[in-house]
Every structure is written in structure tokens, then in C-alpha cells.
Design a protein around this ligand. Structure first.
Ligand SMILES: *Cc1c(COP(=O)(O)O)cnc(C)c1O
Length: 307
């Protein structure tokens, strides 16, 4: 089981195992897996939940852990977008039976490719060890790649906190542009601290508030200003035939995420306060000229703009 709004390869991997993915609804405000909607789902055929913290959001892991334990489900926690995040008092990835992290070229910790997997379960680690020792399709990190990761790791918390501060400021500024609604910031509830990590910063885009300007065109206009905005993921329920998955109940929030999410790529989040202001100003300027931009882009150009 996984959220209907998630990284494409996550459903592909479930299908590659020959298993039937169950796609679950997401929360309406921050597009994270809606754990409260899983409470009624009960089937002896469900083995595990694959869950990702996405675009600076934080999944309610205590609730998921409790439900999974009651149902006998395993949890795979994808922290590719949130290395070092604090999730209800624990590091992201340690609520799951298994945590996975990517060191791909665009990630916050990067070795160009590869990743890490961690678990506190001896049986899981033993299986991983056996798998790694046999011939397999994995491409293990070289020592050089691992060496490149070490200084990044020691700077991770510091950089995460700069990004988090800028993300908070930027979300506030973008939220004042009518038609853009950033994710709400997760509550920082001490003594179980929660601190999100921003590989992306996401906002809902309301096309009507932008004179009908397509989300894709808005993103192109932002990129023309040097700011890396892109549409979010496709909804997995929309890119896969409904013979390839099951779902319980509606996926209308996931529909909306498929259509309306915009994501900002992280490098600018290490910038200065004035650079953060410029991003919000660019968004406001595009809104001011939305009708003109809309009319200047012929409808046929849409496919070339890409998603
Ligand atoms: C990047 C990413 C991955 C894995 O990426 P690889 O390039 O395969 O290492 C997995 N899940 C999420 C949510 C990601 O953002």
C-alpha cells in the first residue's frame, strides 16, 4: 500500500515484485499519506505500507506505526526527500521497519547515484546482507563516492536548518500571492520535535486565480526568471491502468495534487533573505501579467512545455 501521490518508481517496484499496489488517499492540505483513512482497511493480503515524506511534508508516523503494528503490516519509510528530518521526536526513516535514502544527483546528500538502507531489525539486515553478497543488480557505492558523502553528512543539519528557515519565509511570502497556497508548516510540538526537510517546497496552484494561465506555463515563466519551479508528481492512479492497482474510496485529493501541485527545487533555499524575496516577487509579477503570458503561449506549445 502506498499513497496515490508518490514517486513513480515506488509503484513500479511494487509491481516488479508481482504484488498488487493499493493506492491510498492523501491529506488535502499537504498531500502526505492520510493515515487516518487507513484505519478501516483490513485485509490479510496487505503486507506492507510504503510511505514517503514529500516536498517538506511530514507523515503522521506515530499513528501509522501504531496501526501497522495492530494489523501486522511492515513499514518501508522513504526518506529520499527528507534526510535528517525530525519526525515526532525521531529521525526520519527510523519509524519504519526499513528506511531508504537516495544519493541521486539531485538529492540533498549526493554521490551522483546510489543510496542507503537502514533497519533496526536483525532479520531484515540479515536478508539485505545475503542479497548484497550474492550477484545482484545493485550498483554499490565506491569508496570515493562514500568519501564524498561524509562532509555533506556533517553539514546536513546546518544546511537543513538554513533551508527550513528560508522555506518558512518563502511559504509565507508565496502565500500572499493570490492563487498560490504553500503546504502548512508541520507543528513543532516539543517534546516530540518535528522538523521537516526541504528537498522541494510545494504550493497548490489555482489556475483560475491566474487568469486561466496553465500551471505548466507558470512554471516555465518562473524558470525563465531562473527559479526552478516544476509541476509535482503525476497521480499514480492516473498514469496506471486501474487493472494495475486497487484503492479503497475516492482519491480526490490525489486528483487535485496531480493537477495543481507546483514544486520548487531546493538549491535556492540556501540563498540569502533578499534572494528569497526575489522569488516571491517573481511569482507576484507573473500573476500580474498572467493574462498576457497566457495569450502569448499558443495552446499547441503546451506539449513542448513538458510536465
Ligand atoms: C529521488 C527519490 C527516490 C529515489 O531516487 P533514485 O534516483 O532512484 O535514487 C525515491 N523516492 C523519492 C520520494 C524520491 O524523491
Amino acid at each position: 500500500m502506498l499513497a496515490a501521490y508518490d514517486f513513480e518508481a515506488n509503484i513500479k517496484n511494487v509491481l516488479a515484485l508481482g504484488a498488487m499496489p493499493i493506492l491510498a488517499e492523501i491529506r488535502p492540505d499537504d498531500a502526505q499519506l492520510d493515515v487516518s483513512r487507513l484505519a478501516d482497511i483490513e485485509s490479510p493480503r496487505i503486507k506492507a505500507v510504503l510511505v514517503s515524506h514529500l516536498h517538506g511534508g511530514i507523515v503522521n508516523m506515530p499513528a501509522l506505526r501504531e496501526l501497522a503494528d495492530r494489523r501486522g503490516w511492515g513499514i518501508l519509510e522513504d526518506v529520499c526527500q527528507s534526510p535528517g528530518a525530525w519526525v515526532y521526536g525521531k529521525r526520519a526513516g527510523t519509524w519504519g521497519d526499513v528506511g531508504v535514502m537516495s544519493f541521486g544527483g539531485s538529492k540533498l546528500l549526493t554521490a551522483g547515484r546510489g543510496g542507503a538502507i537502514f533497519s533496526a531489525r536483525d532479520d531484515v539486515m540479515q536478508r539485505i546482507r545475503l542479497h548484497v553478497e550474492r550477484g545482484n543488480d545493485l550498483s554499490p557505492l565506491s569508496e570515493i563516492q562514500s568519501a564524498l558523502l561524509l562532509p555533506q553528512l556533517s553539514k546536513l543539519d546546518e544546511r537543513n536548518s538554513v533551508r527550513a528557515k528560508n522555506a518558512l519565509r518563502l511559504a509565507e511570502r508565496l502565500g500572499s500571492v493570490a492563487g498560490l497556497t504553500p503546504f502548512p508548516h508541520p507543528k513543532l510540538d516539543i517534546p516530540r520535535p518535528t522538523q521537516p526537510v526541504h528537498y522541494k517546497l510545494a504550493a497548490w496552484y489555482d489556475r483560475d486565480a491566474f487568469e486561466g494561465l496553465r500551471r505548466e506555463t507558470f512554471a516555465v515563466a518562473m524558470r525563465a526568471e531562473g527559479i526552478s519551479f516544476w509541476p509535482g508528481f503525476r497521480g499514480l492512479h492516473r498514469t496506471h491502468s486501474n487493472r494495475r492497482f486497487r484503492s479503497f474510496g475516492p482519491l480526490s485529493n490525489a486528483d487535485r495534487a496531480d493537477e495543481q501541485l507546483l514544486v520548487l527545487h531546493h538549491p535556492v533555499l540556501l540563498g540569502s533573505e533578499s534572494e528569497i524575496e526575489l522569488i516571491a516577487e517573481a511569482a507576484a509579477t507573473i500573476r500580474r501579467f498572467a493574462a498576457a503570458i497566457r495569450d502569448a503561449v499558443p495552446p499547441t506549445a503546451y506539449d513542448e512545455l513538458g510536465r
